[in-house]
Structures are given as structure tokens and as C-alpha cells.
Design a protein around this ligand. Structure first.
Ligand code: GH3
Ligand code: MG
Ligand code: MG
Ligand code: MG
Length: 294
């Protein structure tokens, strides 16, 4: 499968300038065009392009102001911007770079050089996206990792909404490893993650590998009844894998402890959510394992 085509937002108040840049890049990138500052900000928010080519002199909202607007929004803050302008005075260039521009190109330009510069930036963007992806992914199971979970929990949530959090832990996994070896244990964790992943996920839901043989399930917009039902589905999905365990314990199972809460005025997740869910997990274990406890 080929990677999705990268996008460039071209911003210039003159249609002839937009056309020149469009012709230069249309064969290799998806192009979005904006003819003024407000339109540029709206399209940047909507499409989150990989790169923005930004004119400086435009009526009403100029390029520097667009740049400040981009920096003020978390979603667009890190999109690289290249100024392309006829303002050749070095103080303008300095100002653009100080605002955080990735590059500053003075018109009239030599098209092959502009193309080479843009291609280099796009290469860096690709590499950065790849690194960001891997930084948030667990390498063994390819599920979101603990860092991704923590980012999700730290975000603001709708005040008054119901949320739930569950901790899933494999039962007697040490015995499994002792019996079949660590490599088989790894494969079992991969199969388990696959089974969790197959259970249809709701909007905003996140299943992360927290560490070892523990997984955390974040269920926004889910009250206690809905969330415990979802977790029962997950427990069954693991059970249905029918991975043989040691004698006397036919197959791999898991225990799940969960908690539900309502988001307060601050929009923050209550601090003790994880600990409470972990306490519920302890109860699921002590009451015989292979069960959900809320
Ligand atoms: P319990 O039902 O009480 O959870 O028992 P348990 O044996 O699962 O719990 P314990 O915490 O004692 O052991 C967890 C084991 O999980 C220890 C370790 O051998 C195994 N484990 C943790 N991470 C990995 C991993 O990445 N790969 C493999 N193969 N095993 C792991
Ligand atoms: Mg202009
Ligand atoms: Mg454990
Ligand atoms: Mg365990």
C-alpha cells in the first residue's frame, strides 16, 4: 500500500503566483489553494497540510499574521511554513525565520531550486511523522503504547460526560511463560492484542499496552453499564482465542477491573481513575480471575 499523498497549502493573493506554484508541485503533491489570510487559516485547520507556502504581502491579513495564527493553534502549530515573497530586505527574512518559518524564499525564484527545497522539507516531514507514529506505538503488539494513553488522558474532555477506564491483565501469565517459553508468551500477547483490536471500537476509544501483560482500555462517552459490557466482550474475545495454558487451566484468560466517572468542570480526568481501576482488577483476580469487576 502506498503512503497517502502529501499535501501543500499554497497561499498567495495573486492568482498568477498561485498558478506558478501549483504547476510546480501538482504532479507530486496534493495542492490546496488559498487567496487570503483568513482562508489560509481555515484551510490549514481543516486539511492539516504537510507544508504551507506562504506569501507575505497580502491585503488585510498578511503572511506574518497568518503565521502567528497557525502557531496559536495546537493542531497547526508544527506545520512547517516556507515564506515565498518579493520582500528581499534581510530584516523581513529575519522576522519570518524568528516567527518559526522553516525557510524563506525570495521572488523571483529559480523554480528547480524551490522544488528541491520543498522536496527536502517534505522528506523531513515524512520522517517526523514516522518517528511520531513509532513513539506512540508498542513495538510488540502494535497497539498504542503507554505514552499515547497518557497523552489521551491528559487531554481535555467534555465536562459532564461519562468516561470509563479499565485495566486488563493476563491471568497466570508467568506460568504460561515458564511452561512454553518467553517467545511463545510474546506470540500470545500479540494474538491477544489482535483479538482486542478486532472487537469493534467506538469513537474515541483507546486500547493501549500499558506494560508487560497489562492493557488499559479508555472508554470515553461510556457509563458503567456500557463500559462493563464492552469489557465483557473483550474478555470473551481473549477467551475465544483458545490458546492452551498449563494443565488444569485450559486456555489463556484475562481479568479486567474498571471504573466509571463523570468529567468535572475542569475537563480533566480524575487523578485516581487508574488506581481505582487497578483496585477493581485486584478484586477480579481474587474472586477467581477470568472476569470483569467494576
Ligand atoms: P496474575 O494472574 O495474578 O496476573 O498472575 P501473573 O503470573 O500473570 O502475574 P505476574 O505479575 O506475577 O506475572 C506477569 C508475567 O508476565 C511476568 C512475565 O513473565 C510476563 N510478561 C510480562 N511482560 C511480558 C512480555 O512482554 N513478554 C512475555 N513473554 N512475558 C511477559
Ligand atoms: Mg502578495
Ligand atoms: Mg500483571
Ligand atoms: Mg497477570
Amino acid at each position: 500500500m502506498s503512503a497517502p499523498q502529501q499535501q501543500i497549502l499554497i497561499v498567495d493573493d495573486h492568482s498568477a503566483n498561485r498558478r506558478v506554484l501549483y504547476e510546480l508541485f501538482k504532479d507530486n503533491y496534493r495542492i490546496i489553494l488559498a487567496k487570503n489570510g483568513p482562508m489560509a487559516l481555515a484551510l490549514a485547520q481543516k486539511h492539516l497540510p504537510d507544508l504551507i507556502l506562504l506569501d507575505v504581502v497580502m491585503p488585510e491579513v498578511n503572511g506574518y499574521e497568518v503565521m502567528s495564527g497557525l502557531k496559536a493553534e495546537p493542531a497547526t502549530r508544527d506545520i512547517p511554513v516556507i515564506f515565498i515573497t518579493a520582500l528581499e530586505d534581510q530584516s523581513y527574512e529575519e522576522r519570518g525565520l524568528l516567527l518559526g518559518a522553516a525557510d524563506y524564499i525570495i521572488k523571483p525564484f529559480y523554480p528547480p531550486i524551490v522544488r528541491a527545497r520543498v522536496n527536502n522539507h517534505m522528506q523531513w516531514v515524512r520522517q517526523r511523522h514516522l518517528l511520531e507514529r513509532f513513539a506512540l506505538l508498542d513495538p510488540l503488539t502494535e497497539l498504542p503504547n503507554r505514552r499515547r494513553l497518557e497523552d489521551t488522558l491528559k487531554a481535555k474532555h467534555a465536562p459532564g460526560s461519562s468516561v470509563s477506564l479499565a485495566v486488563l491483565d493476563v491471568d497466570h501469565f508467568k506460568q504460561f511463560n515458564d511452561r512454553y517459553g518467553h517467545a511463545a508468551g510474546d506470540r500470545a500477547l500479540q494474538a491477544l492484542a489482535g483479538a482486542l483490536h478486532e472487537v469493534k471500537q467506538n469513537e474515541g476509544e483507546l486500547m493501549a499496552r500499558f506494560g508487560g501483560e497489562e492493557f488499559v482500555i479508555w472508554l470515553p462517552q461510556c457509563d458503567r453499564a456500557q463500559a462493563s459490557r464492552r469489557c465483557e466482550e473483550l474478555r470473551l474475545a481473549v477467551s475465544k482465542l483458545r490458546i492452551p495454558h498449563v494443565e488444569g487451566k485450559l486456555k489463556i484468560s484475562c481479568s479486567i477491573g474498571g471504573v466509571s466517572a463523570v468529567i468535572g468542570h475542569s475537563g480533566g480526568v480524575p487523578d485516581d481513575l487508574f488506581e481505582t481501576a487497578d483496585g477493581q482488577l485486584y478484586l477480579a483476580k481474587s474472586q477467581g480471575r477470568d472476569r470483569v469487576h467494576w
